[in-house]
Design a protein. Structure first.
Length: 386
């Protein structure tokens, strides 16, 4: 048997689960479809609220949690709303929930990979699994197989595990298209993001700016707090996202998101144009959501976690926070069952009920939050909450 628990997907949720299981003394193996040669693009800055941070603290060794907290930046200050000429329209002083932390997604993933070593296998794309009374066999595209007592699908919105386990649930277009980039935070751009975030509303399009101010530069912090863990050097930056109508003709056949964005914001304030022009990374994509709420599935030796079960629109780290909560709760139930304290079926049934309640609620939170950012006409310039 390769591991008592097989985790499919080495994203934030799957790696959090792996750490929580290791901490509980449960043998675990993680299988990732990527080849492991570089950081996959899944965005830049994300926000971790108290539930996500508490889950990380429960799962990670103390040195890795300290590193995650040290490299993050506490979200403080007002959320601002400007028009395209940088005239201030409103200011939200309420602020984010106390204890909310901005973190770089790639840095956080590297931290979560720390200490797992050969428990993580790359280039292993799941194509099928077979469950029997004694365990689960995972079958991969390279012809290899792995066997465990439980298999967890933490393989994201396009989950191969979900397609096999709950085939009636597919993906639907969210009618939300966005271009995203990252620009080093210079003196010129500081005034654009004096608080936790800024929204710029122009005619029919919305540009969102989020500062990533590292508490400590990641590579230097790792050298002190977790020697041997290699983190990339990162300067503070502004993450920008331009939401555009999905049917806009400029959205198709885009080679570089900067070209699309500069075309769409032509005539905006020069600082906004330079912010986009100076970006060192960019991408464009269209959001997908599950085409219906996730229903219950027969409880067996296979379950789901994170976006595989509750794919939510990106909003304030909603998906990451929920996935990390999934991870620590599933770890607790698995530890009880695999150590003989309770029946595996009842443990996974309890986890599934909790997952569906929280996960489907998180999807609704994402939908409501997205309505604040959907492109609107120039007359719709209300209050901002970031």
């Amino acid at each position: 048997m390769d591991g008592r628990v097989l985790v499919i997907g080495a994203g934030l949720g799957g790696l959090t689960l792996a750490h929580a299981l290791v901490r509980a003394g449960v043998d675990v193996r993680v299988y990732e479809a990527d080849d492991g040669t570089g950081d996959r693009f899944q965005g830049y800055r994300i926000g971790l609220a108290s539930p996500g941070l508490e889950a990380l603290r429960a799962a990670l060794p103390e040195r890795l949690y300290a590193l995650a907290e040290a490299t993050g930046g506490w979200l403080t200050g007002p959320g601002l709303l400007f028009d395209e000429r940088l005239t201030e329209l409103s200011r939200d002083h309420e602020g984010p929930p106390q204890g909310a932390l901005a973190t770089d997604r790639q840095v956080l993933r590297r931290i979560l990979l720390g200490g797992l070593g050969d428990r993580v296998a790359y280039g292993r794309r799941l194509v099928d699994f077979a469950e029997d009374t004694g365990g689960v066999t995972a079958c991969f595209a390279d012809g290899t197989e792995s066997r465990g007592e439980v298999l967890v699908g933490a393989d994201g919105g396009n989950s191969a595990v979900r397609r096999r386990l709950v085939p009636e649930v597919g993906l639907a277009d969210a009618d939300l298209c966005g271009a995203m980039g990252r620009t080093t935070l210079t003196e010129r751009f500081l005034r654009l993001v004096p608080g936790r975030g800024t929204m710029v509303r122009g005619p029919g399009i919305t540009l969102m700016l989020g500062p990533m101010r590292f508490g400590r530069e990641p590579s230097a912090a790792a050298a002190e707090l977790s020697p041997g863990l290699d983190l990339p050097y990162r300067d503070d930056y502004v993450r920008w996202v331009l939401l555009v109508p999905p049917g806009h003709p400029a959205v198709t056949a885009v080679e570089d998101a900067r070209d699309l964005v500069l075309e769409l914001i032509d005539g905006w304030h020069p600082d906004l144009l330079e912010l986009v022009r100076s970006s060192d990374m960019s991408a464009v994509g269209r959001s997908k959501v599950l085409d219906r709420p996730m229903p219950p599935w027969p409880v067996g030796r296979v379950t789901l976690l994170g976006d595989a079960a509750h794919l939510t629109l990106a909003s304030g780290g909603n998906g990451a926070n929920t996935a990390m909560q999934d991870a620590v709760r599933l770890s607790a139930r698995l530890a009880e069952a695999l150590e003989g304290e309770r029946d595996l079926s009842s443990a996974l049934g309890e986890y599934q009920r909790d997952l569906l309640e929280r996960g489907n609620a998180a999807v609704e939170v994402g939908k409501r939050a997205a309505k604040r950012f959907v492109p609107s006409d120039t007359a719709n310039r209300g209050e901002v909450t970031l």
